[in-house]
Design a protein around this ligand. Structure first.
Ligand code: PMV
Length: 326
């Protein structure tokens, strides 16, 4: 009853912000993302009679008590499906800083879901795995299928899941992730989005987003980088406008984030097709086509304040691996 899985993080082109139901993590809107290979989580799990309690550890870091409780609740979901009561040992490793607005919860819960269901031989379909991952962390459902992914908001828990729009090799986009801060974010996305309705712009966002989803699907189908890029940027700014006008207000950006937004606009006016997006943290993701990767990296090199740059390529979804962490 032991298995391991590797899950990619994903970067949303159209963001998920707000839940219709907190317990089942039903989103208020559908969203679209790309899985990225540079940022992934590996998890090994073993269920055994010999464990008197769940033992959950992160290599090179530490989970908070709240995070441990949330992971145990996810293990309980899997145990209920398998009709077992065995405790588990879980060891997990991220290839990137945890809680830096990089959706470590997405790759984390996707890896945990696939590793646990493989260990218990649950034989779930991709749709069922995506639903199960969503119960752990909403955006985790998008890390299950391959490549470019659509998470349909659904009407209830059994109809809210993610599926692949395009394979990873459909379009060689890049997500150049500029890490400007490595410490944990002050307000988790899960907690932050629960206050969405305190923003006067929440309803405006939910009305606008349906058209944005359609336009994003079309821009992906046409491989139209300038249209896609503009949609991505606009959606990130739209979500952050909601965050900033919630009570209490959340401002995830720092000076570097704003500086890079300005530089992206400047580089674009000079002819480089690069666009930005930002999740629940100060780090900024630069989206471009593979042909522009080197020019962009060259421009980023001299800029002070960028602690690290990760080059994300489109990735397959979560897979079982034989490389166990213990
Ligand atoms: O499911 P969570 O708690 O990781 O929420 C992710 C929310 C954002 O990263 C801000 C947007 C998104 O769609 O990824």
């Amino acid at each position: 009853m032991k298995a391991s899985a590797v899950a990619p993080a994903n970067i949303a082109f159209i963001k998920y912000w707000g839940k219709k139901d907190k317990v089942t993590r039903l989103p208020l809107n559908s969203s679209i993302s790309m899985n990225i290979d540079a940022a992934h989580t590996t998890t090994t799990i073993e269920f055994s009679d010999n464990n008197s309690q769940d033992q959950i550890e992160l290599i090179g870091g530490q989970f908070s008590d709240g995070e441990i409780k949330r992971i145990e609740a996810h293990l309980d979901r899997v145990r209920r499906i398998a009709k077992i009561s065995h405790h588990a040992r879980v060891l997990t490793q991220n290839s990137f800083p945890k809680s830096a607005g990089m959706a470590s919860s997405a790759s984390g819960y996707a890896a945990l879901t696939i590793a646990a269901s493989e260990a218990l031989k649950l034989s779930l379909s991709e749709k069922e795995l995506s639903i199960l991952a969503r119960l752990g962390s909403g955006s985790a459902c998008r890390s299950i299928p391959d490549g470019y992914v659509y998470w349909v908001k659904g009407e209830d828990s059994s109809s809210s899941y993610a599926y692949s729009l395009h394979s990873p090799d459909y379009w060689d986009l890049r997500d150049i992730i500029c890490i400007v801060e490595e410490s944990s974010k002050k307000v988790s996305s899960s907690e932050g989005m629960d206050a969405i309705h305190s923003s006067p712009f929440a309803d405006v966002r939910l009305k606008y987003v349906n058209q944005a989803l359609k336009s994003c699907v079309q821009a992906l189908a046409e491989k139209d980088i300038s249209t896609l890029g503009e949609i991505i940027e606009k959606d990130a700014l739209n979500m952050h406008a909601v965050m900033m006008t919630q009570t209490p207000a959340i401002l995830y950006w720092n000076e570097q984030t704003i500086r890079l937004i300005g530089l992206v606009r400047q580089w674009r006016s000079e002819g480089l097709a690069v666009y930005f997006t930002i999740d629940a943290g100060p780090n900024i993701h630069l989206i471009c086509q593979s042909a522009d990767e080197q020019s962009l990296l060259q421009k980023l090199r001299p800029i002070a304040g960028i602690r690290d740059v990760l080059v994300g390529r489109p990735s397959s979804g979560t897979k079982v691996t034989q490389k166990h962490l213990f």
